[in-house]
Design a protein around this ligand. Structure first.
Ligand code: KG4
Ligand code: ZN
Length: 346
């Protein structure tokens, strides 16, 4: 089965061609045009600018990626239909609808978060014996603990009540005047800092649920900085280390508690923040202690990409968990900015 996937949910225009057979996936093409340098100047993603850039980029990128063969060997089309910036999503959705119309290929809309989860299956040998799996989703817009019972079968165990983890990293980076996106910069500086230098709270660490609250942590960083007159580079590194330690302590405690309560067979991490080396190291050690395999995506698949969308589509079609749109139904597809992978029942 060969799938062409398109992802434009935020500021990356991404296209992939993936072929799958059984549990083996071959990524034939994977291109990502990142707009990060454009949005950096504004300290965050500007939706209108992102949409315009997707519009300029997507047709030439498709043309270059597909080459002479065009859609000749493709069996299915897949596209991120949400969640994300609606102005960005619409470019991918309209492009995939047009391709589906002219080629008469079936089209499967994929949830962006589900895509992030499947980035794990691009890099690891994961099979049915690893389900149920406990998935910690940590991205710029989402922080969730999800029980993945099988392909396409999820239960939401907990989520952030305010900021997402990536968002918290980005906001702390802004407070420290470090640039955008903050996650990679904060984590790099954290490695050089003392994680005991400041006392920061561990919000909701002892709450009896799997929810998170991270906005208070950012405020605690702000207050600690305001108390201090001169902030040296060492102080900045120390603050990054303390903030990161507080985040990891909370993520780790809840993930491991959920893994034990639900007696899962593996733990996975997904989303942009899964690039964080310290978080991966801590989770790997904690998973080993309770004898569970721990999976994480390769660095090239931690951020937004279309390979993860193709992988999700492959497994959903193969396991008959989703029916791609065909014929006139293709026209009914619209982007859904707030598409929840699992309905909120926590
Ligand atoms: O999944 P993603 O690429 O986009 C969304 O779907 O939101 O996640 C982007 C987020 C940003 O907030 C970025 O700062 C964060 O992931 N991030 C990191 C690291 N690399 C990216 N956060 C912490 N440590 C990192 N190494
Ligand atoms: Zn993402």
């Amino acid at each position: 089965m060969k799938i062409l996937a398109i992802e434009t949910s935020c500021d990356e225009t991404a296209i992939s061609v993936l072929s799958g057979q059984g549990d083996s996936l071959v990524l034939e093409k994977n291109v990502i045009y990142s707009q990060i340098d454009i949005h950096k100047k504004f300290g965050g993603v500007v939706p209108e600018v992102a949409a315009r850039k997707h519009l300029e980029t997507i047709a030439p990128l498709l043309e270059n990626t597909l080459g002479k063969n065009r859609l000749k060997d493709i069996d299915y089309l897949a596209v991120t239909a949400g969640p994300g910036l609606v102005t960005s999503l619409i470019l991918g959705v309209v492009s995939s609808k047009t391709l589906a119309y002219v080629s008469e290929l079936p089209l499967l809309p994929i949830n962006h978060i589900e895509g992030h989860i499947y980035s794990n299956l691009l890099s690891n040998k994961i099979s049915k014996k690893h389900f149920p799996a406990l998935v910690l989703v940590v991205s710029g817009g989402h922080t969730e603990i999800i029980l993945m019972k099988d392909h396409g079968d999820y239960q939401l165990l907990g989520q952030t009540l305010d900021d997402a983890v990536g968002e918290a990293y980005d906001k702390v980076a802004k407070l420290l005047d470090l640039g955008y996106p903050g996650g990679p910069i904060v984590s790099r500086l954290a490695a050089k800092g003392d994680d005991q230098a400041y006392h920061l709270p561990r919000p909701m660490l002892d709450s009896q649920d799997y929810n998170f609250s991270l906005s208070g942590l950012k405020t605690a960083v702000l207050y600690a900085l305001e108390k201090q007159k001169n902030i040296s580079q060492k102080d900045v590194a120390n603050m990054c280390a303390c903030f990161q330690k507080a985040v990891i302590d909370v993520l780790l405690a809840k993930t491991i508690k959920a893994a034990q309560e639900y007696q899962v067979k593996s733990i996975m991490i997904a989303g942009g923040v899964s690039a964080n080396a310290e978080l991966k190291k801590s989770l790997a050690a904690a998973a080993e202690k309770i004898n569970l395999p721990f999976f994480y995506p390769e660095l090239q698949f931690t951020g937004d990409n279309a390979a993860m969308i193709a992988a999700a589509a492959y497994y959903k079609i193969k396991s008959k968990k989703a029916k791609p749109l065909t014929g006139k139904n293709i026209f009914s597809l619209e982007p859904e900015a707030n598409w929840q992978l699992v309905k909120n029942n926590v």
